[in-house]
Design a protein around this ligand. Structure first.
Ligand code: BES
Ligand code: ZN
Ligand code: ZN
Length: 482
C-alpha cells in the first residue's frame, strides 16, 4: 500500500517533486517554481486541472494545477481533489516512480483539502493482482510530505482508513473458491488481532442452538457451514453509553439458489458480502484509530447455492426471533440472514443499528454506482448526519420513500411474512422485511449499486469499491467528537 509520511526536507537527490497550485499568485508559494512562472501562469489561464512535468537539471518537477469554481461545495471540492490526487498517482506510476515529495502551502489547500488530495492518491493506487502471473504492479510506495504538512494524527488516521478500505476491497475481490465462510472467519480474526477489536465466531453448532433459521435456511444448499461473526470495539473511555451496532450482509456467493441467476446475472455475485466487508473494514478503521466509541459489528455469512437440501419456493422457515417466513424466491436470501442478525442485535440495547447490504437490484437501478439507498426508522438527525458524512466522503446516501403501505406488500397468507413483495418498491419492501426484526433506531443501506464496478473509475478500482468504510468511519468519528 502507498503510504504518506512527513519528511523534514527534500533530499538533494530526490527526483519527483510535486507542488500544488491553483491561482497565479499561488506559484510564488514555492521557490522551485520561480523560473517556470510565466509558463505556469499561462497554463492556469486554461482553467482546468493539469499535471505538468517540468525538468530542472536532474530533478523532475510536477506542478499540479487544481482548478475549481469559486462557489464550489465542500463535497465537490474534496472530490475534485481526490480525483486529481488519483491522476497524479497514475502519472507517477506510468513513469515507474516509487517515491515522490509533495509540497503544498496552506494558502493553497487547507488541511482537510490536502488530506482529500492525498486520499485520492492513495485510494487510486490500489490493485488486486494476487492471481496475475504478470503482476505489473504500481510502483509508487511512499509519498513524502514537506512544507505545510497535516497533523501527524490526521496522517495516521488517513493511512488507517485507506488500509481499511483496502481490506474491504480485497475481501470482495477474492472469489468464493478462496473466500468462503471459513476463510472469511479467519480474515476477521486476523484483522481483530492486528488492530485491536475482539472477535467471536459462532460456528454452525452454536447457530443451530440459537435457532437462527434464516441463516441456516440459506445455508441448506451449501457444503460450507455458516458463520456468525461478532466483533466488538470498546476502549476504556467511550462517548456513548449504549453501543452502535453495524450489521453486514455476508453472502459469500449468491447463485440465487433454486431461483437461479441466469445469463449475466450471476457473475460478480462474489460481491454479495460487500456489506460484511464494509463492517469489517469499519471495525478495523475505528479500532486502529482508537475512536472513543463502543461499536459492535455483526456478520452473518453463508453462500447461497443449490444442492438436494436447498430451500425452494413455498418453504416456510422460522427465524431466530420466532417469526415464520414464507419463501417465495430463494434469491431474496440476504434479508433472511440479516433478519436473524438484526434480531440478535436487540440484546445489546443499541442506540443505533446500521446495516449494509447488496440487497436488491432495485436499489442498484435507482442509485447506479453513484451512491447508496437509505431507508429506516432512525431519527432525521441521525439520517442527516449520515447524509452529511456521505457528502464529505462522496460515498453519498440518498433516502427513498418508506411509506407504511410497503409493509403490507410482504404479508403472507400462510406465514407471518413472506420474503418478497410485489413488482414495485423492491428496496422498500426489503427494508420493511428487515424492520420487522428491529426494535431500536435503525438505518438500512442498500449498497447493491456502488459496491462493485466493472471498470476502474478514478480512484475506485475495478471490482469491489469498499463503499461504506469511509462513510461509516466519518459518521462515527463525528459522533466520537474526535
Ligand atoms: N444479491 C442480490 C442483489 C444484487 C443485485 C446485488 C445486483 C448486487 C447487484 C440479492 O440477493 C437478490 O438477488 N435480490 C433480488 C430480490 C428479489 C428476488 C426480490 C433482486 O434484487 O432481484
Ligand atoms: Zn439473491
Ligand atoms: Zn444476495
Amino acid at each position: 500500500m502507498l503510504k504518506v509520511k512527513s519528511a523534514n526536507s527534500i533530499p538533494a537527490k530526490a527526483e519527483n517533486l510535486c507542488y500544488i497550485i491553483d491561482t497565479a499568485k499561488s506559484i510564488s508559494e514555492y521557490k522551485k517554481l520561480e523560473k517556470f512562472q510565466s509558463y505556469l501562469k499561462n497554463k492556469i489561464k486554461e482553467k482546468k486541472n493539469q499535471i505538468i512535468r517540468l525538468i530542472d537539471g536532474h530533478q523532475h518537477i510536477i506542478a499540479v494545477i487544481n482548478h475549481r469554481d469559486s462557489k464550489i461545495t465542500d463535497s465537490k471540492n474534496f472530490e475534485g481533489l481526490r480525483k486529481i490526487g488519483n491522476q497524479v498517482g497514475i502519472k507517477l506510476n506510468s513513469e515507474k516512480a516509487s517515491q515522490a515529495y509533495f509540497t503544498c502551502s496552506k494558502n493553497v489547500l487547507n488541511s482537510d483539502e490536502y488530506l482529500s488530495f492525498l486520499e485520492g492518491l492513495m485510494l487510486g493506487n490500489y490493485q488486486f493482482v494476487k492471481y496475475k502471473s504478470e503482476k505489473n504492479a504500481n510502483t509508487l510506495d511512499t509519498a513524502f510530505l514537506t512544507g505545510d504538512v497535516p497533523k501527524p494524527a490526521d496522517l495516521k488516521s488517513l493511512n488507517n482508513v485507506v488500509a481499511s478500505n483496502f481490506i474491504a476491497r480485497d475481501l470482495i475481490n477474492e472469489p468464493v473458491i478462496y473466500m468462503n465462510t471459513i476463510q472469511l472467519a479467519k480474515e476477521i480474526a486476523k484483522f481483530g488481532k492486528k488492530s485491536g477489536f475482539s472477535v467471536k465466531i459462532l460456528k454452525k453448532a452454536e447457530i443451530i442452538k440459537l435457532k437462527m433459521g434464516g441463516l441456516l435456511g440459506v445455508n441448506r444448499g451449501s457444503i460450507d457451514p455458516p458463520i456468525f461473526a461478532i466483533m466488538e470495539w470498546k476502549p476504556a473511555k467511550v462517548k456513548n453509553k449504549k453501543p452502535i451496532v453495524l450489521v453486514g450482509k455476508g453472502v459469500v456467493y449468491d447463485t440465487g439458489g433454486y431461483n437461479i441467476k441466469t445469463g449475466t446475472h450471476m457473475a460478480t455475485m462474489k460481491c454479495d458480502m460487500s456489506g460484511a466487508a464494509a463492517v469489517i473494514g469499519t471495525m478495523n478503521a475505528v479500532s486502529s484509530n482508537n475512536l472513543p466509541l463502543h461499536v459492535i459489528g455483526l456478520v452473518p455469512a453463508t453462500d447461497n447455492r443449490i444442492n438436494n437440501n436447498a430451500l425452494v419456493a413455498d418453504d416456510v422457515i422460522k427465524m431466530y426471533d420466532g417469526t415464520t417466513v414464507e419463501i417465495l424466491n430463494t434469491d431474496a436470501e440476504g434479508r433472511l440472514i440479516l433478519g436473524d442478525a438484526l434480531a440478535y442485535a436487540k440484546k445489546y440495547n443499541p442506540s443505533l443499528v446500521i446495516d449494509l447490504a447488496t440487497l436488491t437490484g432495485a436499489a442498484a437501478a435507482i442509485t447506479g454506482s453513484f451512491g447508496t439507498a437509505l431507508v429506516g426508522t432512525a431519527s432525521d438527525k441521525e439520517k442527516n448526519d449520515l447524509k452529511k458524512s456521505g457528502d464529505i466522503t462522496y460515498e453519498r446516501v440518498g433516502e427513498l420513500p418508506y411509506w407504511d403501505e410497503y409493509g403490507d406488500l410482504i404479508k403472507s397468507s400462510i406465514a407471518d411474512i413472506k420474503n418478497i413483495g410485489g413488482p414495485t418498491g423492491g428496496t422498500m419492501t426489503a427494508g420493511k422485511f428487515l424492520e420487522h426484526f428491529t426494535d431500536y433506531p435503525w438505518m438500512h443501506l442498500d449498497i447493491a449499486g456502488p459496491a462493485f464496478i466493472s471498470k476502474k473509475d478514478g480512484y475506485k478500482s475495478e471490482g469491489g469499491t469498499g463503499v461504506g468504510v469511509r462513510l461509516l468511519y466519518n459518521f462515527l468519528k463525528s459522533k466520537s467528537g474526535k
